[in-house]
Write a protein that binds this ligand. Structure first.
Ligand code: G3P
Ligand code: CA
Length: 239
């Protein structure tokens, strides 16, 4: 089961910051998940559309330029990263799951994604763009047919993972509280990967393993990896 650091190693470092991202890479996660908001002139790594919860700033991210946003503290004196910095730090070291939040001007986003990938020699297979906004995903998949997209949901739809297959998605990303074995089996039958968020507790990790989930997003990648390793050891000794 793959381990994605949710907003970086956000249980131990300020979410969606350089330290959270670098720590996740240091402990060898399979992937890093981050959130993207539009600023006036760029794409920023921050979960909320408002600055207030996670930074020293006030107001909407989309009302400021990246330069203005570089003045606010995103925790422990860190800055809100730009999408370019994200690519610099990750640089093919893990999968990169970019979740689009309030992200506008998708043509600009697509062009910038292509530019970064080319300039920094990022493997296309390492990029996974996800969103709860399936219209955005559909648009992006048409614009960039090579792009792996992940369809987010926090429900168990009547036709399970059909909506993700209809989008030609690579993966379906589900809420750990709204997933069951039938949903997982259906996703796999349709050739999709299925990843669950946000899974921190050992009991939940065990349940996701039982369902056959392909990967989990966790705020605590170190502890999660250690727990998964301990389960493997138990399996080996009891074999
Ligand atoms: O991408 C999975 C998960 O991060 C979605 O919820 O609110 O943590 O972005 P949220
Ligand atoms: Ca997210």
């Amino acid at each position: 089961m793959k381990v994605f650091a949710h907003r970086g190693a956000s249980g131990d470092f300020p979410e969606n910051t350089k330290s959270a991202i670098l720590e996740a890479l240091k402990v060898g996660v399979d992937g890093i998940e981050v959130d993207i908001q539009s600023s006036l002139d760029n794409y920023m790594v921050i979960h909320d559309s408002w600055l207030d919860r996670t930074t020293s700033g006030k107001g909407k991210v989309s009302d400021f330029t990246a330069y203005e946003l570089s003045k606010v503290d995103a925790g422990n004196g860190e800055k809100i990263p730009t999408i370019q910095q994200l690519f610099d730090w990750n640089n093919n070291k893990s999968l990169l799951n970019i979740e689009l939040k309030h992200t506008f001007e998708l043509e600009r986003f697509a062009a910038q994604l292509e530019r970064n990938i080319e300039a920094k020699k990022i493997s296309k297979a390492n990029i996974l763009v996800s969103s709860f906004d399936h219209h955005q995903l559909l648009w992006l998949k048409n614009r960039l047919p090579w792009l792996n997209i992940g369809a987010l949901t926090s429900s168990i739809p009547i036709n399970y993972a059909k909506f993700a297959k209809d989008l030609d998605a690579f993966s379906v990303h589900v809420d750990k509280n709204f997933v069951n074995k039938a949903f997982v089996d259906d996703a796999k039958k349709r050739g999709l990967k299925i990843y669950a968020y946000t899974v921190d507790k050992e009991q939940d990790i065990t349940l996701m393993l039982k369902y056959g989930i392909d990967g989990i997003f966790t705020n605590y990648p170190v502890q999660t990896k250690a727990y998964l390793l301990s389960l493997q050891k138990v399996q080996l000794t009891s074999a």
